[in-house]
Structure formats: structure tokens, C-alpha cells
Design a protein around this ligand. Structure first.
Ligand code: DLL
Length: 439
């Protein structure tokens, strides 16, 4: 049990193991994972042979950096089954990650992989304070996307009542939240805000019993956390994962909300400089890389996530010793370069969440006019502040533009949209339209 917040720890032996013991466990598992992929996965064998590396050269986790990286392109080239390291009769499940361009990437699971997934999700839910006495409403999509089923396994594994609602039909979701007395909500943070808005309209907030929210699958800021907590009256926790590694449950926030504990006995994290590929120091922000050391069907070695985070190896006040990753800032490829200034959508989100007159729904439109990049921030007004008066609108527009400029060092065009005019997201929010790429 956590000494500070009295929350339980699902797997106390692993989650509070000493760093030395973890080093030993990871080293053993890495050695066997490398042997297996060398033997069974053509693309890995070839990559290792190209740099003259043999499985025997990997003696401990300290040798991890010697191994070649795996990228999304490697998975696409091996589509659909080229990265699978067990005979197909041992595979019991396929999921796929929806690429916006090109081929999907396929991920495969054996029975043991599904059990491993349930275990890491059970740890995650327990970390947020969920117990078998809870009623868990899962609004992540069920299907090839891993959010729904991963959450489902975790909730069932700890013995909670699991409600597999999936996405869509928001009014009905709100009714179910009330009627079933859900105490836990699992969905994307952007959908949580949409639900909050619908709950407000229905006037149901006082009838809800929600106490914990487990939100992930897209970047979200601390400001957005506060807004969700206030609107839904729950404690909001961040959960991270990606299909290629397992799905949700790679890491999750405990009651301290000071970084996400990585299930590092299964997925070993590293931070590298995305430009030089060199390992970075503890606390430095860079690209997150994961190595799966226990998965059977598709253990990826040094998989480059493109997500930006940093690592912290200090013991957490919750009692867990596992390494924590900072809340992901965004993706290397989400970074917009506008007139030479690097901008992450999350920086703009932070500013907008602090403005009372606007609702938490926005879009960024990037364009190039006369060879100059422009960034338009379209943000919706709250109905109670909506006005036809040009002067009022102008004043607000200028204020928002000034606040963004002082936070980012970049001038932007602010457009105030009418209430309810920006499309709501049921899954991962799409917040950027980059028209420059269309040319
Ligand atoms: O989004 C798995 C997931 C489902 C995680 C539900 C959490 C909750 P993919 O569709 O493969 O899998 O997308 C993975 O989503 O590389 C990140 O860019 C982003 N992502 C996931 N969780 C977070 C998070 C699922 N907590 C990609 N914060 C990842 C920021 C996140 N980005």
C-alpha cells in the first residue's frame, strides 16, 4: 500500500523492487528476447548482422544501446506478419494502429501477451485508486484500436464491474453513466470534455458518482487536467501506451501525479536525441524508445515512439521504485515549425485553458501566405460570453493573441468561433490542419 495516499499496489514485489533487482531482471529478459528475435525475425537478424552484432554480445541491459532501432517504417515494410516471432498458431489476437498515411501497422498477441496486458492494466488502474468495488465505464473504442479492450482487461482483472460502452452516442453514454452509477471513466481527455459538456446540458452532474478518470491516447496538459477535474468532479490520471508495444498500460500516473510509472519489467524505456540518436540524460526531454523484453508474439527492440518525454529514476512518494516518464509533450512529428519557431499544440492548449470566455475546444490551421507561415487559432466561445458586439469580440481576440504571443514568441491570428461550432471528438482529437502540406 502507498504510505501517502493509501492506494493499493497491484504487484508490490515488482513495483517496489530495488533498482539492482530490476537491472538483473531486465538483463535476463533482454538476453532471451534478443536471442528469440535473432532466431525468428528476419528483419532483426539482418539488422544485427549488418552491424556485426550477435545475441551473445548483449550481456545486460547496459548493452541495450548497441542494438539497432526499430521504426514504424520497419513495421510497415514487414506488413502484415513479418515481425512475428512465434508460429502463427500461437497468435490469438491481432490489433492494428491506424496510420493516417500508408499501410496500417499490425500487432500480434499470444495468450501470454494478453495476460501480460491485463497485468499491466491492473497495475495501472490500481495505481489510480480503482478497486474491485468500482464500476468502470469504458468509452475508449473497442476494435482494432487497443484502448477499449486494454482498459476492459484491466478492469475485469481487478474484479471491478466493467461497462464496455465504446465510443459514440454521447447522450446515451451520459445516461448510462448516471443509471449504472459509474465511479470510474476511461476515455480520451478530449472526449471527457465533450462528455462534461453533455452532462452539463443534461443537468446530471449532481447525480453522477464519478471519482476517478483514466485518460490517455493523446497529449493533454496540466491545465486540461484541472478543467476536467473541475467539470467532472473526479481525480484525473494520465495513462500512456501504444499498440506497437502493447496498447494502454505501458505507463500510468499514481496518486502523486508526478510522472507515469513505466511497467519496466516488460517495457524498457530510453530517451534519445531524435536528431543524433544518442542516449540522453535523466530528466532531459527527447524521443521515447521502448524495448519489449517479455512479449512473445511481437517483441520490438528499441522501438522509436516519436513521442517526447523524459525519465526520472528517483523513488516515488507512493512507494513505487519504477522509472517514471514525464507526461508526453507531443510527438516529434507534431511539432509545428512556424516562421522558424517550434510550436507544440499543447503549448497553445495551455494558454487557451486559462481563458474564461472560451470553451476548451479549438483548432489550429497552418497555412503559407506569400511565402510566410501563418497560424490561425480557432477557438470556441462559451455561450454565456458570446456577443454580437464587435468591440467585445475584438478585445477578446486581441487579448488571446497577446497571451499566445507572450507564451510562444509568435504572433498568431485568433478567430473566435460560435458556441458548439467546432467538431467534438469521440476518440483522439485532430487539432491541426496543416495546409502547407497540401501544396
Ligand atoms: O493510443 C493506446 C492507448 C489507448 C493509450 C488508450 C492510452 C489510452 P495508438 O493508437 O497506437 O495506441 O497510439 C499511440 O498515442 O505513440 C502517443 O503519440 C499517443 N498517446 C498515447 N497515450 C498518450 C498519452 C494508443 N497519455 C500514440 N499522452 C502514442 C500523450 C499519448 N500521447
Amino acid at each position: 500500500m502507498c504510505p501517502r495516499c493509501c492506494m493499493m499496489i497491484w504487484n508490490e514485489h515488482i513495483e517496489t523492487m530495488s533498482r539492482d533487482e530490476m537491472h538483473q531482471l531486465q538483463s535476463e529478459n533482454l538476453r532471451s528476447a534478443v536471442k528469440r528475435v535473432y532466431e525468428f525475425v528476419g528483419p532483426y537478424r539482418r539488422k544485427m548482422q549488418q552491424i556485426g552484432l550477435e545475441p551473445g554480445d548483449i550481456k545486460s541491459i547496459d548493452d541495450l544501446h548497441k542494438l539497432p532501432f526499430t521504426t514504424k517504417d520497419d513495421l510497415r515494410d514487414a506488413y502484415p506478419y513479418g515481425m512475428i516471432s512465434v508460429p502463427m498458431e500461437q497468435v490469438i489476437r491481432l490489433h492494428a494502429s491506424s496510420g493516417t498515411t500508408g499501410k496500417q501497422t499490425v500487432v500480434a498477441y499470444t495468450k501470454n501477451d494478453i495476460d501480460l496486458w491485463s497485468e499491466v492494466m491492473a497495475r495501472s488502474l490500481t495505481m489510480t485508486g480503482v478497486t474491485r468495488n468500482d464500476i468502470v465505464h469504458v468509452s475508449y473504442g473497442y476494435g482494432l484500436f487497443t484502448g477499449g479492450l486494454g482498459s476492459h482487461y484491466g478492469a475485469e482483472c481487478i474484479g471491478a464491474v466493467t461497462v464496455p460502452v465504446s465510443t459514440g452516442n454521447t447522450k446515451r453514454q451520459v445516461q448510462l453513466l448516471r443509471d449504472f452509477g459509474a465511479t470510474v471513466l476511461m476515455c480520451t481527455p478530449s472526449y471527457a470534455l465533450y462528455l462534461a459538456e453533455t452532462i452539463e446540458q443534461a443537468g446530471f452532474l449532481d447525480e453522477l458518482k464519478l471519482r476517478v478518470g483514466i485518460f490517455g491516447a493523446e497529449p493533454w496538459t496540466e491545465e486540461m487536467r484541472l478543467m476536467i477535474e473541475e467539470k467532472l468532479r473526479l481525480s484525473a490520471h494520465d495513462i500512456y501506451g501504444l499498440s506497437e508495444i502493447i496498447g494502454p498500460g505501458v505507463s500510468c500516473e499514481c496518486g502523486m501525479k508526478n510522472g507515469l510509472h513505466v511497467a519496466e519489467d516488460h517495457f524498457v524505456p530510453e530517451i534519445i536525441d531524435p536528431k543524433t540518436d544518442k542516449p540522453m540524460d535523466e530528466g532531459e526531454y527527447g524521443e521515447l524508445v521502448f524495448t519489449c523484453i517479455t512479449k512473445e508474439a511481437m517483441p520490438l527492440i528499441r522501438y522509436r515512439t516519436r513521442d517526447i518525454s523524459s525519465l526520472n529514476y528517483q523513488k516515488c512518494e507512493c512507494g513505487r521504485t519504477s522509472v517514471r516518464m514525464s507526461k508526453p509533450k507531443g510527438r516529434v512529428d507534431d511539432m509545428l515549425i512556424i516562421r522558424g519557431v517550434n510550436v507544440f499544440p499543447s503549448q497553445i492548449e495551455s494558454v487557451l485553458m486559462g481563458i474564461t470566455e472560451t470553451a476548451p475546444f479549438f483548432m489550429l490551421v497552418v497555412d503559407r501566405v506569400n511565402n510566410l507561415d501563418t497560424l490561425e487559432v480557432k477557438v470556441e466561445m462559451r455561450p454565456e460570453f458570446f456577443s454580437d458586439e464587435v468591440r467585445v469580440i475584438e478585445r477578446l481576440r486581441n487579448r488571446i493573441a497577446r497571451e499566445i504571443e507572450s507564451a510562444l514568441g509568435l504572433s498568431v491570428i485568433v478567430t473566435l468561433a460560435e458556441p458548439k461550432s467546432i467538431e467534438r471528438s469521440e476518440g483522439k482529437a485532430v487539432r491541426v490542419i496543416d495546409r502547407r502540406k497540401l501544396y
